[in-house]
Design a protein around this ligand. Structure first.
Ligand SMILES: *Cc1c(COP(=O)(O)O)cnc(C)c1O
Length: 297
């Protein structure tokens, strides 16, 4: 691993209700690895970085939106690895640079801006516009959505307490979820919380990413309106989580996942004796897109 992962901790979330139900809830704090390259992104990049370094490639080329955790993680990881990085950004012309993109630039990433229409053609036309040198860069699909990203995410399973009965994770591209089912123990239930509304291709995605046929469960209905959408209820929940447990979450992924797990607990989803591990997949830098007084952390 390019980064030290010894900061990762397993934090117990305890309250009277969970105690009374005899349900143990913990959070695997992958967000603690590093403030920029945190959570699942380092893991998803692991084998790509290894390949770029071992093969002596000049850099990594990838894609993302203006607040993309993946983009900034890639920029930072490449800087640390001593290789170059190029980011294709989906953004309308003239839009102000987001804090995420400013960080990407500060880490040496060369950004190319694409309109939505051009972005959707990224695989062909835009790669053709690259110089010969740039064509040698290792291409990482958006969000690390690739079997190699999945293999990297599978390493997360090694940090999960062996006595865990249920693993919860938020899903965007489903790469992390695919990695977890690849690495999970036979008897562990793996539960994914889609943060996009109406994802219908999750099974196909999993099939593309992994050979594992470990069962998984998806809990729809916790997207709060769709990708990167939020409600006042979600924001107060995040502040409450921080007040009560000192747990910072991001509004795009981890807050929705934590909301889901606590809601499930309340609805009696878990048998007494269950030990749940929620993956804190990081992403805190994305909260910078919120107005300054939104969150108390
Ligand atoms: C990217 C991201 C996810 C989603 O991971 P996928 O592998 O794309 O499903 C979850 N949580 C956070 C914080 C992320 O940044």
């Amino acid at each position: 691993m390019l980064f030290n992962t010894s900061n990762i901790s397993t934090d117990i979330i305890s309250n009277d209700f969970l105690k009374q139900k005899n349900v143990q809830l913990s959070v695997l704090r992958l967000d603690k690895i590093h403030p920029i390259i945190s959570g699942n992104k380092l893991f998803k990049l692991h084998y790509f970085l290894e390949e770029a370094i071992k093969s002596g490639l000049p850099g990594i080329l990838t894609f993302g939106g203006a607040y993309s955790n993946h983009l900034v993680a890639t920029a930072y990881a490449c800087k640390i690895a001593g290789i170059k990085s190029i980011g294709f950004v989906r953004s309308e012309k003239g839009a102000a640079l987001s804090p995420t993109l400013i960080s990407c630039i500060n880490y040496g990433m060369q950004l190319h801006f694409l309109s939505r229409a051009a972005y959707n053609k990224k695989d062909d036309e835009y790669l053709n516009s690259l110089s010969d040198k740039e064509k040698q860069y290792l291409v990482v699909p958006e969000g690390g959505y690739h079997p190699k990203g999945c293999a990297g995410a599978a390493l997360i399973a090694g940090y999960i307490d062996e006595t865990t009965t249920h693993i919860f994770t938020a899903l965007g591209t489903a790469t992390t979820l695919a990695g977890i089912i690849t690495g999970a123990k036979k008897n562990q239930k793996v539960i994914g919380i889609p943060v996009l509304k109406g994802m219908t291709d999750i099974t196909d995605r999993i099939t593309y990413l992994t050979d594992s046929n470990h069962p998984l469960e998806l809990l729809e209905g916790y997207h709060f309106g769709g990708y990167a959408k939020k409600t006042n209820q979600l924001i107060s929940f995040m502040n409450q989580l921080y007040l009560q447990y000192r747990l910072p979450t991001d509004f795009v992924y981890t807050a929705k996942m934590m909301f889901a797990v606590l809601d499930c607990a309340e609805k009696g989803f878990f048998a007494p004796g269950s030990k749940i591990t929620c993956l804190h997949t990081g992403g805190l830098q994305g909260n910078q897109s919120l107005a300054a007084d939104t969150l108390i952390f």
